[in-house]
Design a protein around this ligand. Structure first.
Ligand code: ZN
Length: 442
């Protein structure tokens, strides 16, 4: 087989995987939808939600979730003392969330109050065809509370830019007031609109067999209805919302589903990374630890397992932007389509150490997957992710990696078609590696 044939095959496999991943991302406008979709795939592969008092046996495949927005899936294939191979990613992305008393009429314009979630890049939210999705808590005649996910699917609003004629400085740095400039426009009307009624109508449409009287509470977000796309002259780029970090979430999920069941494989998808992870369903909360403790049973076994475990924390990295190349450290300029990036920061904004870096780099080398490294410029602040938080909470050795991408935290981000497939191959090999206990470097 020639190098060209191999490249063509890799390209084709990566394109197919990217399409599949983009379909998952499109169908997952909120962390609730991402967890529901991931759970569905895991359940059809034989993963089950154990009863609270069920004994969890070797050979089992289990699924746990927290607040419907974080998930832990485990495939137990070896004595627990051998430790766990964990892959972590996050389900949330910066966005605009809808305020509780949302709808208001102003100058005959129906609008919704919104709150910025996480470190969103705000200007790309203007002039988009926006829809609404999320979770409602409803009640019916019996008074019983029920959660239901909704997704309007169609564009229901837009945040129009101000015409340049009314703001001549618009291209010279344009401050966005989060309270005044972001509420979307939903309608031109004189009639007061009850947002509750709108939501109940949507529930009726999605759940025609069910009857509810009122929406008691909701967690709803706006999202862009433009479908993801494969772009680029040679179809080697992809554009989508929420690549950070549903790209890693889906890739980790697929790696778990296709591993060869040699060791104890764990996938953890956490909510609330974009707001610091310090929540009950975030990486700093007790969710993952409580699952691992339940699996291990007693403290001594838990400690032995943790000591022999390793986490690959997968969260996208900043690729070199050709128009802003000076924002990168000159010797660390990750490129799109050049493989997963190992993230290093000696101030521990990333949890990678030389040992875990070497383990991941070796896995990539053995798989024929290229990999790159990233450090931030010394005169710029460094982002962080779930890696250092999980490492601090559990004491698990960790490497922070991620597919390179552009426009992180935009409503539409750009990544390379090859990179998620490279990451898939590396994560699958990490789950399959034989010498766990980890890769103890002597
Ligand atoms: Zn992220």
């Amino acid at each position: 087989m020639t190098a060209n044939t191999t490249n063509a095959q890799e390209q084709q496999a990566a394109l197919e995987f990217s399409r599949e991943m983009l379909q998952f991302i499109e169908g997952s406008p909120t962390p609730f939808h991402a967890v529901a979709n991931a759970s569905g795939l895991l359940q059809s592969a034989g993963y089950s939600v154990p009863a609270p008092d069920e004994d969890l046996a070797e050979g089992g495949r289990y699924l746990f979730s927290h607040n419907d927005s974080s998930l832990v899936a485990v495939s137990l294939n070896a004595p627990l003392e051998q430790g766990f191979s964990l892959v972590g990613a996050h389900t949330d992305s910066p966005c605009l969330k809808i305020k509780p008393n949302a709808a208001y009429l102003k100058d005959s314009c129906l609008q919704l109050g919104v709150e910025v979630y996480g470190g969103a890049l705000l200007s790309p939210w203007f002039d988009r065809d926006l829809s609404i999705a999320g979770r409602l808590t409803l009640t019916g005649r019996s008074g019983k509370l029920s959660n239901r996910l909704i997704d309007f699917l169609r564009p229901v609003g837009v945040i129009p830019s101000l015409a340049i004629h009314l703001n001549r400085e618009a291209n010279d740095g344009n401050p966005i007031n989060r309270q005044n400039h972001l509420p979307p426009l939903l309608d031109i009307t004189e009639a007061e609109v009850d947002f509750q009624t709108l939501l109940l109508e949507q529930v009726k449409q999605q759940y025609p067999q069910e009857t509810y009287d009122s929406v008691l509470a909701f967690e709803l977000a706006l999202y862009d209805t433009q479908p993801p796309a494969i772009v680029g002259l040679r179809q080697n780029l992809l554009a989508s919302a929420r690549l950070d970090n549903l790209l890693s979430s889906y890739t980790g999920l697929r790696a778990l589903l296709q591993q060869h069941q040699r060791g104890n494989c764990v996938l953890v998808l956490s909510d609330h990374e974009e707001i610091g992870s310090a929540t009950a369903s975030g990486a700093a909360g007790p969710f993952l630890e409580s699952v691992l403790r339940r699996l291990c049973g007693d403290e001594a076994r838990y400690r032995r397992a943790i000591d022999r475990s390793m986490l690959v924390s997968a969260d996208n990295a900043h690729a070199l932007h050709p128009n802003y190349a000076d924002r990168h450290e000159p010797k660390h300029k990750p490129l799109l389509n050049a493989g997963p990036v190992i993230k290093i920061n000696h101030n521990q904004r990333y949890a990678t150490n030389s040992e875990t870096q070497a383990v991941f780099a070796q896995i990539c080398a053995q798989e024929g997957v290229p990999c790159q490294s990233f450090v931030v410029r010394s005169d710029m602040g460094c982002g962080s992710t779930i890696g250092p938080i999980t490492a601090t909470e559990l004491g698990i050795r960790t490497v922070d990696v991620g597919a390179p991408q552009l426009a992180m935290h935009s409503i539409r981000e750009t990544a390379g078609v090859l990179d998620s497939h490279y990451l898939l191959r590396a994560l699958t090999a990490f789950y399959n590696r034989v010498e766990r206990g980890v890769d103890r470097v002597s």
